[in-house]
Design a protein around this ligand. Structure first.
Ligand SMILES: [Zn+2]
Length: 337
């Protein structure tokens, strides 16, 4: 907490008689000292209220002891009116409201976590504090992310993230960053729990919270890929899979941009399906020449869909020569029908 002093109120009174000049007009300056955090102009609460009284005629100032106690009290009350004081508590009031929102959010999260544990679904994500489950962990291996991969007869199977984290916030960061759709993010080994076990783990804070994706998304990012990662061993195959995973939810523009990024990586690595998918994406946004160039690369690796699509779009384009394309195809050993 820091403190700041400001003039709160200025007024004139005629209820005093000056000892020096007998004038009745007096000037009252009320100052307030308030506590603030971070923002100097956002008072949290008042710390000290004081007034200074001076004769308007001869400038004699009065200490509070020199004035009748009741009168001093009355002047002070007039200077610090209750309604005017409320803004002096702004910071406190705002903090209180934020705290209420925060605790309501926490409460909701708790209600959802209990519901999700009670009726588990595939692709539920668990934030796990592993130190309560497995002893003798290194301190930097405390947190991990788990994903439900199957549920039946009260038994929930999960896979664990390969990474262990020191900070709990890293779990959400990986979900937000869409890291979890990479098939290599999770270990293959299945860990099985009964619902009762999970409930107990939640009660003892080993399960910290549970997140259930809505429309494959959490925190606005795609976290579930329904596309099987069969091509991950081929160079560029994994990047192509990731692109396809993003395209499954292409109604969100950022997903399309991510898909393009991954297709481009895959295509550059020479993966023909990646080249084909990148070309298709270019076609949807009218980048015909770029599309044709990638289609040709894919076609020359024998991708039949790419060959057909190249022909189709080449015919409609001015500078594209079908004969040169066919020659290149036949040079690469493919029979042109
Ligand atoms: Zn005076």
């Amino acid at each position: 907490m820091e403190y700041r002093q400001v003039v709160f109120n200025e007024s004139t009174i005629d209820s005093l008689v000056c000892h020096s000049c007998d004038s009745k007009q007096h000037y009252v300056v009320a100052t307030i000292k308030y506590a603030f955090m971070f923002l100097e102009y956002l008072p949290f609460f008042p710390v000290k209220k004081s007034i200074k009284i001076s004769c308007q005629h001869c400038q004699t100032t009065y200490q509070n002891k020199a004035i009748n106690g009741d009168l001093y009290k009355k002047i002070k009350q007039e200077s610090f009116k209750f309604l005017k004081l409320i803004p002096m508590y702004s910071g406190l009031i705002i903090s209180l409201i934020l705290f209420l929102f925060w605790s309501y959010g926490k409460y909701q999260e708790h209600v959802f976590a209990q519901e999700y544990i009670g009726s588990p679904k595939v692709n539920d994500f668990y934030y796990i504090d592993h130190s309560g489950i497995k002893e003798q962990l290194r301190p930097n291996q405390k947190y991990l992310l788990a994903k439900v991969v199957s549920t039946n007869d009260n038994i929930v199977s999960m896979v664990y993230s390969r990474f262990r984290f020191t900070h709990k916030s890293s779990l959400e960061k990986d979900l937000r960053g869409g890291m979890v759709i990479d098939p290599r993010y999770f270990d293959q080994k299945h860990h099985q729990f009964s619902i009762e076990q999970l409930t107990r783990l939640y009660e003892q804070n080993s399960v910290l919270t549970v997140q259930r994706p809505f429309n494959y998304r959490l925190f606005g990012n795609v976290v579930v890929s329904t596309f099987s990662a069969s091509n991950k061993k081929v160079r560029g195959g994994r990047e192509n899979d990731q692109g396809l995973a993003f395209m499954q939810h292409s109604d969100v523009q950022s997903n399309v941009e991510n898909a393009e990024k991954y297709f481009l990586q895959s295509a550059t690595m020479g993966y023909s399906k990646g080249q084909f998918n990148l070309a298709r994406l270019y076609l949807t946004s009218n980048r015909i020449n770029k599309a044709l160039s990638w289609l040709k690369k894919s076609a020359l690796q024998g991708n039949e869909q790419a060959i057909k699509l190249y022909w189709h779009h080449c015919e409609k384009t001015e500078n594209c020569e079908v004969s040169a394309f066919e020659q290149a195809l036949s040079d690469s050993g493919f029979i042109v029908k």
